[in-house]
Design a protein around this ligand. Sequence first.
Ligand SMILES: [Zn+2]
Length: 130
Amino acid sequence: MKDLTPEETEELHSELLALNEELQLQVDISAAESRPVDLDEPIGRLSRMDAIAQQNVALANRRSAKLRIERIKSAIQRIAIGEYGNCLACGELVGLARLKVQPEAPFCIACQSQREARGSVSAIRPSGRG
Ligand SMILES: [Zn+2]
């Protein structure tokens, strides 16, 4: 595998900036959708449960969007200091093919699958509120 060319880095950089904007928008929209459900609202039991379920989905989506934004920001910082494209765990190249799919990817495929196998990727838990 070879290092990213300046052109490739530049392309991934603009991809990251676009993704960042898109996700930020998504977070803003879901913030509006995940308002607490008003239990005094005169709606049926089923639709109230629907509303709560929808709210949980919106919260989970927002959490993963926020997590992705964090990764994108850190990738943009790594571009600035010239360390972008290297795996944070082993230092090997993450690889252009992988970065094209997921420009914020902090780990190479080997390290990523190791982490997933260890179960360090936190499961989505239901909201504690309510
Ligand atoms: Zn690695």
